[in-house]
Design a protein around this ligand. Structure first.
Ligand code: PGA
Length: 254
């Protein structure tokens, strides 16, 4: 059965101050049993040790990106092996900002997925269409091809360490969210693609991301194929993020 997850992607935001104030507040909510699922924090890599310490074992921690290479002369890059070695459980791969600003192609995303899985991490792969692609009626085919490209060589025993995050590019940081119905339709389509490429589709968590806030999270998370959220801006406020975490429904899914 798949897991419900709320993940906070800090992007290039945060500080030691945020680590020592927000992380204990989120940990306390999880420790008190108010959250019906797992909570993952993706801080900038420099803050990973601090977040791990402040999380006190209640939260899972990940990096926002990994190198497409395993090790060597790649100045400035951080490997999946290093992420695992320093206590991370997760790696976020293929975020649309990486695709847009750092030129990451589907092929590069696939190499990063491979590095993360080989290092023993859970990989959270981001997919999503642009507004132009949605307006042209291509949203489902674009997302399907991103899913296929990123996950083509995942082996049967690795699927338990794969999470997909559907993030329509036009909804990220814009205040525009997909309606719960539109998001549900895309999640169902992603699950079909997962099945078609040999995944145990009902066991793979598929998260929604893009302007998720405390007030729209409950409707999104209530949909049958939406297993939680990947939260950007709202993950930088303890109150808002805890409230989103609390809106994971307690009923079984999958
Ligand atoms: P947002 O970002 O919640 O600020 O829209 C989501 C993301 O990019 O992961």
């Amino acid at each position: 059965m798949r897991r419900r997850i709320v993940a906070g992607n800090w992007k290039m935001n945060g500080s030691m101050d945020l680590v020592t104030t927000l992380v204990p507040a989120v940990s306390a909510a999880v420790a008190s049993g108010e959250v019906a699922g797992s909570v993952v924090i993706f801080p900038p890599a420099l803050y990973v040790p601090g977040v791990l310490k402040a999380a006190g074992g209640e939260l899972e921690v990940g990096v926002q990106n990994v190198s497409q290479w395993r090790a060597g002369a790649y100045t400035g890059d951080l490997s999946a092996v290093m992420a695992a070695d320093t206590g991370c459980h997760y790696a976020l791969v293929g975020h649309s900002e990486r695709r847009q600003y750092f030129g990451e192609t589907d092929a590069v995303v696939a190499l990063k997925v491979r590095q993360a899985l080989d290092a023993g991490l859970v990989v959270m792969v981001c997919v999503g269409e642009t507004l132009a692609q949605r307006d042209a009626g291509d949203a489902e085919s674009v997302v399907a091809s991103q899913v296929r490209a990123a996950l083509a060589d995942v082996t049967q025993d690795e699927w338990a360490r794969v999470v997909v995050a559907y993030e329509p590019v036009w909804a990220i940081g814009t205040g525009k969210t997909a309606t719960a119905e539109d998001a549900q339709a895309m999640h169902a389509s992603i699950r079909q693609v997962l099945g078609a490429i040999g995944a145990p589709a009902d066991d793979v968590s598929v998260l929604y991301g893009g302007s998720v806030k405390a007030d729209n999270a409950p409707a999104l998370f209530a949909e049958a194929d939406i297993d939680g959220g990947l939260i950007g801006g709202a993950s930088l406020s303890a109150e808002e993020f805890v409230s989103i975490c609390r809106s994971l429904p307690a009923d079984d899914n999958g």
